[in-house]
Ligand binder design. Structure first.
Ligand code: ZN
Ligand code: ZN
Length: 215
């Protein structure tokens, strides 16, 4: 695998560490982290900061209920599985293979036109996540950016204006981003893409990130 050039943002990693991301985003985050040493290290640092704050929380007056709730979520969040990512046997990294119930052969694709296929994975409400299979050289089908979209490349690569995204790269796009991703020639592109409901994610992230980014 080549070098990963596009990573999760700090607010996303912090929310993931806190266990407050919608399930669909958590799956993309877990899958990227399992492929990316850099984000795994940043995640561990955020978890250490969260743990240190929790340890001293009783001595510090906490005015905001949201901060206390966030700290409680950090304390209760899943951590052990993140630090030692299992090896993936095929294209799908272990966190994703667990959702699919196997590797690519277990995916139940449905055509969405233009040769593009998708498979929506079952997750809790609040955001949705799907696998996309885009033929080499084809454009990603029309998809709205009403909220936040995370797109993680698992096979092949796509180009998005000036940027190129290959296996392990994750694109973080919001409503301000207008783009037409096109799969590179030569190899079909397989991505994991998560999108949320409008407004909800935008309201959640700044609230979670602010107390920690000031530390
Ligand atoms: Zn990364
Ligand atoms: Zn997009």
């Amino acid at each position: 695998m080549g070098r990963i050039n596009h990573h999760l943002t700090d607010p996303l990693l912090i929310a993931y560490a806190a266990g407050t991301l919608p399930e669909a985003f958590s799956l993309v985050a877990a899958t990227h982290v399992s492929l990316c040493d850099e984000c795994r290290a940043r995640l561990a640092a955020f978890e250490a900061v969260g743990g240190a704050v929790v340890e001293t929380a009783e001595a510090v007056p906490v005015a905001e209920g949201s901060l206390a709730a966030t700290l409680a979520r950090i304390a209760a969040g899943p951590k052990a599985e993140i630090r030692t990512p299992p090896k993936a046997a095929g294209i799908l990294p272990a966190p994703l293979a667990a959702y699919v119930g196997g590797d690519l052969s277990a995916v139940r694709w449905r055509s969405v036109g233009g040769g593009v296929r998708q498979a929506i994975l079952p997750t809790s409400r609040g955001a949705s996540v799907r696998l996309l299979h885009i033929p080499a050289g084809a454009a990603v089908p029309d998809h709205g950016h009403r909220g936040t979209e995370l797109t993680l490349v698992l096979q092949g690569a796509f180009r998005d204006d000036a940027d190129r995204f290959a296996r392990g790269d994750v694109e973080v796009a919001d409503a301000s981003v207008e783009h037409t991703p096109v799969a590179e020639p030569g190899e079909d592109c397989i991505c994991l893409a998560a999108t949320d409901a409008p407004l909800r994610f935008n309201a959640l992230l700044p609230r979670l990130a602010q107390p920690f980014l000031r530390i």
